[in-house]
Every structure is written in structure tokens, then in C-alpha cells.
Design a protein around this ligand. Structure first.
Ligand code: FES
Length: 230
């Protein structure tokens, strides 16, 4: 199969597409495919030219850390969770996430995600033991909170968001979900969260909701929005 990868040596180098002919199998993941290309000491492109190892990030290889987020055939995905059998066509096109500055090849600088969350101070301090409501409502709420806690902060939701631009004041779906989590777990922060949610999410979200289509943890951002708005 022909695999095309958008390469960029350093943050300031020009970008270029490089092709590789790879013997793929249906059960190979994109992470496995990148490892396969990087495996040999000498790596050749599809023109027979000697080239360098492809830069990409991974850690868990089981969809739990978010490190391997990238764009494959125009879809923002986790490389370790995306398999060749799920892709259409005879070419695989891989590029880095487009909303973040490129560090090297498929590695991007996503530090703005953490800077945004830290600057807004949305972190859980303690569980509120006085949370009230019927048992059924509590269970439903806690289930949603557990779901949000699975957020990988991988940035795929920001990749597809028509309103997100790195460095601007709109922080995206992962911020809205964390706002809900903090507001529910720490009622003393509710007023502060209300202001932050409005400023960094509520005011600019156009409700395209494509974030929910690509979230590897399948977090229902619209539920968080509904709770927060209420
Ligand atoms: S390597 Fe952790 S999500 Fe892919």
C-alpha cells in the first residue's frame, strides 16, 4: 500500500509529503504501520531515496493516553486504535493535527490544552459529600462524571472544532467537560466556573458537535452543556 506522510523536520522547516510502499495487513494499526516503516536502520521512500525516521508519539498503545492523536485520511484519530481494515482506498495519508504547532513530523505541541485548563483553574479539589438528589439522578450524574474523567486531553475534539484556534480564548469541548466535572464536584466553585464557561466556551460554541463524533472516550459534551446551561 502507498502511505503518504506529511513531514516537517523542525517547527520552522517547510512541509513536504513523502511516500512509502508498505506491506500492510488488515489487522495492522496505524501505530503498527509507523513502527513498521521506522523498523529498519536504513529507511527508503517510495522513490528509493534514503530518508529519516518518522517522528510520532505514543505511550500506552491501547487508546488510553491520547499521545498518538493524528489525522489519517482526513479523519482525526488515535493511531493505535485505527486499523488498516477500517480505511477506504488504496492510499493512506497521514498528517499531524492541524490545530497545534508542529514540533517534528507527526508530533505536535499540545501544551496549550494544559495551559488553558490551568489558567482557568478547572481542577477538582475535593468531592462534595453533600451532593443531593434522588438516587437515580445521582447515579446518572456520576455516570456522566465518570465518562468525562476518561478524557485523554488528546486534542481530537479541537482538531474538528470549527471554532477552535490555538492560542485564542475559546478552549473547546474538553474545557466544557472539565467545567462540568469541577462544578459538580466542587459547588463552591460554581460561580467562578459559570464565568469561565461563558468566556472560554459558551459564548463561542456554534454547536457543530463534531467533537462528539471523534472523541475516543465517547464523551457526551452536549450532556455537559445541558447540565451547565441549566
Ligand atoms: S498510544 Fe496511547 S492512545 Fe495511542
Amino acid at each position: 500500500m502507498n502511505v503518504r506522510i506529511l513531514r516537517q523536520l523542525t517547527p520552522t522547516s517547510p512541509t513536504r509529503w513523502e511516500g512509502f510502499n508498505v506491506d500492510v495487513t488488515d489487522d495492522m494499526s496505524i501505530a503498527g504501520l509507523l513502527d513498521h516503516i521506522n523498523y529498519n536502520d536504513d529507511i527508503f521512500d517510495d522513490q528509493g531515496n534514503l530518508t529519516t525516521r518518522i517522528g510520532w508519539e505514543c505511550s500506552c498503545l491501547q487508546g488510553a493516553c491520547g499521545a498518538c492523536a493524528m489525522v489519517v485520511n482526513d479523519q482525526p484519530v488515535l493511531a493505535c486504535e485505527t486499523f488498516v481494515r477500517d480505511l477506504k482506498g488504496s492510499t493512506i495519508e497521514i498528517r499531524p493535527l492541524r490545530k497545534f504547532p508542529v514540533v517534528h513530523d507527526l508530533i505536535v505541541d499540545r501544551s496549550s490544552i494544559h495551559e488553558n485548563l490551568t489558567s482557568a483553574n478547572v481542577c477538582i479539589e475535593s468531592y462534595d459529600p453533600n451532593e443531593t438528589g434522588s438516587q437515580a439522578k445521582l447515579v446518572k450524574r456520576q455516570r456522566h462524571q465518570y465518562e468525562i474523567a476518561k478524557c485523554l486531553k488528546c486534542g481530537l475534539c479541537l482538531e474538528v472544532c470549527p471554532n477552535y484556534t490555538n492560542g485564542l480564548t475559546f478552549f473547546g469541548a474538553l474545557f466544557a467537560n472539565d467545567c462540568y466535572l469541577v462544578a459538580m464536584r466542587n459547588k463552591s466553585k460554581a460561580a467562578e466556573i459559570k464565568a469561565l464557561y461563558g468566556e472560554h466556551f459558551g459564548r463561542d460554541c456554534s454547536k457543530a458537535l463534531s467533537c462528539m463524533d471523534v472523541c475516543p472516550a465517547q464523551i457526551s459534551t452536549i450532556s455537559s452543556m445541558a447540565h451547565l446551561n441549566r
